[in-house]
Design a protein around this ligand. Structure first.
Ligand code: ATP
Ligand code: MG
Length: 353
């Protein structure tokens, strides 16, 4: 079977280290492995507008920022089709037909959407577009016949809903759409990177992020302010590793040679955790260790990003070219959908002539 991959990010802010570890790093590795047939990466501006209708400028500005983050991390437009969601009209059309396949109560039950509504303080005044974003996400995925969707853990219920839509469509109208599969990092700390405040997942909308574009000083400041264990007051106090943001990040970002390079007195993370639990290991030491690890990852990304940012026209050219290619694929799927549903009147009429 063909391996077709689609992922997306909302241009609601610059990308953060949660995106990197949860999805972007894997996309680049996949792209470079060559083990795929088609790879699509979408900047989901239409989806971003569902909770930013009054803030179009923010969404507009971040299309470029997200694209810069992609390219700085190594996505290559020669191998990956990078495009803008609103440039693909068929996606909106598909969404409209898929809406008939989902009930309101099912939408309201989606745990991710439920949590996001709560976090955004929407209560009963949730925009219809926001509540229905899982339907438009089903359109994004199926338009490109994607069978693999690499996402963070928070998106699992949304992909599950896309799968239900595909099954309902195929049952009603015959085998037409490809059933997608979510792929989440195996490691829990990577699949859902916690925010620096330790309260929820790192999220652009919550302002608890370390961004890929943050400068060296800002990264260090954010790490030094990270939530650890409130009961670990003196260095000699025993400390908790669970719920401790610094250890969650060490779990997510540690590399095989990190100890040798930056903290050679320990062999591995288990040894470091054991010392912290026993007492006698201060927060500053583990924070500086994490700082070294993250600076090493982020420096080359930041430097590449700065170079790319000098030429925004070139970035838009890449996005428009990608969107043209994406349109060809999505339009073809749209035709298939219309034929399956029996609403391809023009084609039928032409065939009868
Ligand atoms: P917003 O607050 O606007 O929803 P976000 O930070 O949640 O922004 P998205 O654009 O919604 O980012 O997510 C893009 C992709 O990154 C999705 O696949 C999502 O699962 C993944 N992702 C987002 N945040 C994290 C995180 N903290 N850890 C791991 N993966 C994440
Ligand atoms: Mg999100």
């Amino acid at each position: 079977m063909k391996k077709i991959i689609l992922t997306a990010d909302r241009p609601t802010g610059k990308l953060h280290v949660g995106h990197y570890i949860g999805s972007l790093k894997a996309r680049v590795e996949l792209q470079n492995s060559g083990e795929f047939d088609e790879l699509y990466v979408m900047i989901a501006d239409s989806q971003a507008l569902t909770d930013n209708a009054g803030n179009v400028q923010k969404v507009r500005d971040h299309i470029l920022e997200v694209a810069l983050d992609y390219l700085a991390c190594g996505l290559d437009p020669e191998k990956t089709c990078i495009f803008i969601q609103s440039e693909i009209p068929a996606l909106t059309e598909m969404t409209f037909y898929y809406m008939n396949l989902v009930t309101l109560s099912r939408l309201k039950r989606n745990p991710t959407v439920k949590e996001e509504i709560k976090l955004r303080g929407f209560e009963e005044s949730v925009p219809v577009g926001f509540l229905t974003y899982p339907i438009s996400q089903a359109a994004d995925i199926t338009a490109f016949n994607a069978n693999i969707v690499p996402v963070g853990e928070d998106q699992l219920p949304v992909i599950e809903q896309a799968r239900e839509i595909v099954k309902t469509f195929n049952n009603l109208y015959g085998e037409t759409l490809v059933l997608p599969e979510a792929v989440v990092p195996k490691q829990k700390s990577q699949a859902r990177l916690v925010g620096i405040d330790g309260k929820g997942k790192m999220s652009k909308s919550l302002g608890n992020c370390i961004y890929l574009s943050d400068d060296e000083q800002t990264i260090k400041q954010k790490i030094m302010s990270m939530y650890t264990d409130p009961d670990h007051i003196k260095v000699s106090d025993p400390g908790k590793v669970e719920g401790n943001v610094v250890f969650a990040y060490l779990d997510a970002f540690i590399k095989p040679d990190s100890f040798e390079k930056y903290l050679p007195e320990y062999k591995n993370l288990e040894e470091l955790k054991a010392h912290y639990r026993r007492g006698g290991l201060g927060d500053v030491k583990i924070k500086l260790f994490l700082n070294n690890i993250l600076q090493e990852i982020l420096k080359p990304i930041r430097e590449k990003r700065e170079k790319l940012a000098q030429n925004p026209e070139k970035i838009y050219e890449i996005l428009f070219k990608g969107s043209e290619k994406a349109n060809l694929v999505a339009n073809k799927t749209m035709e298939k959908i219309k034929s399956a549903m029996g609403i391809n009147y023009r084609k039928d009429f032409a065939n009868k002539k």
